[in-house]
Write a new protein. Sequence first.
Length: 130
Amino acid sequence: MRQLRAMARHWGQGDSLAMFAPTLAGELARRDRAVFERASASPGMIRALVESLTDTDVRTQLAEVPVQHQGGHRRSDFVPFAEAGLLAQGIRQARLVELPGRDHLPWAGDVSSILSPVADFVAEVAGPPA
């Protein structure tokens, strides 16, 4: 949470890129991210969002998820891998796939490491082709 609060204090400067997609964190990408930040939300809105995250606890609802679920989480993400594991443990038909990398955004970093587990899961859930 400390990292999210720091991000909120610097909203509009592009600093969130270093947290959400460190492999993309060059100067040009940081400037682009700063434009995105300013266009997407005010600093006050981001502060409110970060604070709402501290008040949100979905653990009591996880057992109600009625479908098979597969989550992927990068081992070196700023969100601890253990936190993703706790979510997966709460869902009856869930499994967690450990992915390499440190980017939080799924389209940053090694995207190919995400595609194979997703394709395998879809094939498993859908069954063999007709």
